[in-house]
Ligand binder design. Structure first.
Ligand SMILES: [Fe+2]
Length: 185
């Protein structure tokens, strides 16, 4: 197994410790969506996709710890910085090249807000994966109103192309379909 595969394997062995039970599937789906949006994605972008939410598996901090939804952006920034720190520790252990570690650090730190072209791809992939998979559990954990707010946040940061992809998703569950409708129309 090469270093890249070993690193992915280690990250995927840690993520199931997250209090959010869908996090492992989310990580795998974000990697898939990154490769769909950018088939020649660099190894660094792929590692950032796999590990961008590792924070939750280590700090155990989730949006249940968020007192006011208006603080979501600051809360997400802190989450991204913690994830980047944990990912860097893993990469250093594998003696991954310093320049590449810095690139991954930047991508993970900016996965919630975007930045350069690759950070924007990661942010869109993260949002797409959320719309495809995470809404039912999010709604169950935090309630329908919070799920609508979360969908609004996720939708606003999508590229126009990714927004079109979200509009094409067909939800079998009427409650989930309604949450998305309320958020994006
Ligand atoms: Fe994510």
């Amino acid at each position: 197994m090469n270093k890249f595969e070993l690193i992915k394997k280690e990250i995927w062995s840690i993520i199931p410790k997250s209090p959010i039970e869908s996090d492992l599937m989310h990580s795998k789906l974000v990697l898939k969506r990154v490769l769909k949006l950018h088939p020649s994605a660099s190894e660094e972008l792929q590692i950032a996709a796999v590990g961008h939410d590792i924070d939750r598996a280590i700090s155990k901090i989730t949006e249940k710890n968020l007192d006011y939804y208006s603080k979501i952006k600051e809360f997400k920034k802190e989450h991204a910085i913690r994830s980047a720190k944990y990912i860097c520790e893993i990469l250093k252990k594998y003696e991954y090249p310093k320049e590449k570690i810095n690139k991954i650090k930047y991508l993970v730190e900016n996965h919630e807000c975007g930045g350069n072209h690759e950070a924007n791809i990661l942010m869109s992939a993260d949002s797409l994966a959320y719309f495809e998979y995470n809404i039912p559990l999010y709604s169950k954990n935090y309630g329908e109103q919070a799920a609508i707010e979360k969908c609004k946040f996720m939708y606003e940061r999508l590229s126009e192309d990714a927004k079109k992809l979200v509009k094409k998703i067909e939800y079998e569950d009427k409650t989930i379909a309604n949450i998305v409708k309320m958020a994006i129309e």
